[in-house]
Design a protein. Structure first.
Length: 315
């Protein structure tokens, strides 16, 4: 089975243009004899070629630039990359959206025929082959995957040139990049949180400012603050709790630190005040400043965390 994938030039531009910076991996990727297995009747060697690898920041676009180390190195016939680098989470041939060779649609196949002197099937059945490479001074091979992958620096590859097929090690797609997501503050603190699966995240409680709160206390705090006398400073408390319980606090570390500093040494339930009169209510009477952090700073930090959660909400 072969796959010919079309690409409009502007797609390449937009794919790379939206990235902050490409990740360059082993720009001097020509391998020593110790890291390549030479074909006995080889008329060329792996070290006759230099392979540089760049990866888009999201790990979806992989570019292999192959140049000749020796001016008389033979033209490439095909290039094979082992994709089996993360067990059952490895990238596969079916995960490739498009591919190009020197800007033109690539001829891809997930198999290797007999008589080519290449034998990737001896170690893997999960690979991609750039087939029918044309004569050129250099070759720029681009793969676009449907998801991002981390960099595996021990990926096996094969270069077919003339009657030779040489094996070496390059950087290739490893395990899928983790998708960071966070549940909302309502998921963890609203009344429905006891029935929506949030309880599994509360097993060890939630510690903010050195005080550990139970799920019941978190639900109670939400109920109090949503009543008369609600304080937007508590929004920062709930937003920090949401990303902390979701396990993605590191993605908003700076804002989390602001809120954590403010609430350090404060047990929110010791700040409760109940009004008097015909319709009394209870509210959190939080200090204007705590540990050098103002309420307005906490409110702003909570707002930014809320924006992150909106953009990365767990399904």
């Amino acid at each position: 089975m072969k796959k010919v994938i079309l690409l409009v030039a502007i797609v390449v531009f937009s794919t790379f243009g939206c990235s902050d910076e490409l990740i360059t991996v082993n720009p001097d990727a020509s391998m020593s004899s110790a890291s390549s297995a030479k074909s006995p009747a080889s008329t060329s060697q792996w070290g006759d070629y230099n392979i540089s690898v760049t990866v888009s920041p999201d790990g979806t676009v992989w570019t292999y630039t192959i140049t000749r180390v020796k001016a008389n190195a033979k033209d490439l016939s095909h290039f094979i990359i082992d994709l089996n680098n993360c067990g059952d989470q490895s990238a596969t041939f079916g995960d490739i959206i498009w591919a190009t060779v020197n800007g033109s649609p690539a001829n891809l196949t997930p198999t290797e025929g007999s008589g080519t002197t290449c034998d990737p099937q001896s170690i893997t059945t999960n690979f991609v082959k750039f087939d029918d490479l044309q004569a050129a001074t250099s070759w720029v091979l681009v793969l676009k995957f449907d998801k991002g992958y981390s960099i595996d620096e021990t990926t096996i590859a094969w270069i077919k040139a003339g009657t030779s097929c040489n094996q070496g090690t390059i950087s290739g797609p490893g395990c899928p990049n983790e998708a960071y997501c966070s549940f909302s503050q309502g998921f963890f603190f609203a009344n429905g949180a006891v029935n929506n699966g949030a309880s599994q995240f509360w097993v060890n409680g939630l510690t903010i400012g050195g005080v550990t709160y139970t799920q019941a206390q978190g639900n109670n705090a939400w109920f109090i603050d949503r009543g008369p006398g609600g304080d937007q400073t508590m929004n920062g408390f709930f937003q920090l709790g949401a990303v902390r319980l979701s396990g993605v606090e590191s993605e908003v570390a700076a804002d989390a630190a602001i809120i954590e500093a403010y609430f350090t040494g404060i047990n929110i339930f010791t700040t409760l005040v109940t009004t008097t009169g015909k319709h009394p209510y209870t509210y959190f009477n939080l200090p204007a400043t705590s540990n050098g952090i103002t309420k307005s700073q906490v409110i702003a930090a909570g707002g930014r965390i809320g924006t992150f959660i909106d953009a990365n909400h767990c399904p």
